[in-house]
Write a new protein. Structure first.
Length: 168
């Protein structure tokens, strides 16, 4: 029995397979071979990745004798810790880079700031170490430190909230 598949049939077939829990699929015709293999750990994650990143060019399908579709599964990137919601009267001080957060210039020394301290524009409030370079982070405004959200020696991401202050 000969089976004819047009582009629409093939697209519907691939969509059906992508929404199922089929691990391997092989379809061979006289002039083509379609093979799909996947390792599913999270069906919803796979469906999103498969449908958004693996669109198949219709012209390529008709011209190729063999189609081999191996879809790699990609782990979600680790999400940096999210600061709890703040009060509307507070300003977030965020990390300008990826690095390690330090509250003091050296182990055993007093922290640059504590909750309740008032800081002035240009005053050092912490250090971020990035690639063995110590970067002093300075206050951009006169303010009172209300919250320090990161522990000393903790890795931080770009844009992560380090402290909350009340501008004066």
């Amino acid at each position: 029995m000969t089976m004819k598949l047009d582009h629409d049939d093939l697209n519907r077939l691939i969509e059906k397979i992508s929404t199922s829990d089929i691990q391997e699929f092989l379809l061979e015709g006289e002039d083509f071979k379609l093979e799909i293999k996947r390792n599913l750990f999270d069906q919803s994650q796979f469906n999103n990745n498969f449908l958004s990143s693996n669109s198949i060019d219709k012209q390529t399908i008709t011209n190729q004798k063999s189609i081999n579709e191996n879809v790699p599964i990609v782990n979600e990137p680790e999400i940096p810790p999210v600061a709890p919601p703040g009060r509307s009267d507070l300003t977030d001080i965020t990390s300008p880079m990826v690095g390690t957060f330090y509250r003091a210039a050296a182990p055993g020394e007093d922290p640059f700031v504590e909750v309740g301290n008032n800081v002035k524009v240009g005053q050092t409030i912490c250090i971020l170490e990035a690639m063995k370079l110590m970067n002093e982070i300075e206050s951009e405004f006169n303010a009172e430190i209300v919250e320090i959200l990161v522990e000393n020696g903790t890795p931080v991401e770009f844009g992560q909230v380090l402290m909350r202050v009340k501008q004066s």
